[in-house]
Design a protein around this ligand. Structure first.
Ligand code: URA
Length: 260
């Protein structure tokens, strides 16, 4: 009897048509396919997974933008972010960590993502990094009553892993909307991830820090942006604290200039 043989392409097309978009083992393929064929299959599946991720990220991003367009106040935005289901980080997080501080502040500080303490308590920068940040702010006469503090991501990445680009892309509208509602004159970015996301650059934090940039808010006016090292990095690398201190002094003198 003639054995009917389907080509690899036909097998994969058939799987996709019947709704199979995930594999949980490779035993059958290993037994029946050559190494070259296995590589072809895995490459097709990887491309399919990448396409699926891009589609999911694109629709979650659209959904985040729609939510942001509807929110008029920080409280409305907070409620909408808490109800948002488009970022898988939320599934492993204990709390949504929205912004904290003065909603009418002239300065907004932006970190990367909540850590374990922030996830437990639901407030940004309350752990060791937050304690250092509070001291840094106090050194130039600022505190949480004079600033607003938030993160690019409102949910803790499991084990504090580095956020994925797709996670940052989906959540960025939430940060931008907070900035639009608060309408600050200054934005102080804490660390490379935050600076890269808001300034839309891949430049290292060592190159970005200490220089002023402009960020255009939705009302057409600009906020002045300064980036510096993340407090967690300063805890690990105290030798860099003097550069962070220079950045704080730069920020402080601009704030004073604006008041006069
Ligand atoms: N690190 C951050 O970037 N944000 C926090 O809220 C806490 C630690």
């Amino acid at each position: 009897m003639m054995k009917e043989i389907m080509s690899l392409k036909e097998i994969l097309e058939w799987y996709l048509e019947t709704g199979v978009d995930e594999t949980c083992g490779s035993v059958a393929f290993e037994a029946d396919c050559s190494l070259k064929e296995q590589k072809q299959i895995s490459s097709v599946m990887q491309r399919q997974a990448t396409t699926n991720l891009a589609q999911a990220t694109g629709s979650a991003y659209q959904n985040a933008k729609e939510i942001c367009a509807e929110a008029k106040t920080l409280d409305e935005l907070r409620a909408k972010v808490e109800a948002f289901e488009g970022c898988s980080l939320k599934m492993t997080a204990a709390n949504t960590v929205f912004g904290d501080g003065n909603p009418h502040a002239k300065i907004v500080l932006v970190g990367e993502a909540p850590g374990a303490d922030e996830d437990r308590i639901g407030v940004p920068f309350v752990g060791r990094s937050g304690q250092l940040l509070d001291k840094m702010l106090a050194a130039i006469g600022l505190d949480r009553n004079s600033c607003y503090i938030t993160n690019i991501l409102p949910w803790r990445p499991p084990g504090n892993r580095t956020p994925l680009d797709s996670e940052i892309a989906v959540c960025l509208p939430f940060l931008k909307k907070q900035i639009d509602i608060i309408d600050p004159d200054f934005i102080f970015m804490l660390g490379g991830s935050a600076a890269n996301a808001l300034l839309n650059t891949a430049e290292t934090i060592s190159k970005l820090r200490g220089h002023w940039f402009e960020y255009e808010k939705s009302n057409g006016t600009n906020a002045m942006v300064l980036a510096s090292f993340h407090p967690a990095y300063l805890l690990r690398t105290p030798g860099q604290k003097s550069k962070a201190w220079n950045d704080l002094l730069r920020l402080s003198s601009k704030l004073k200039e604006q008041k006069n």
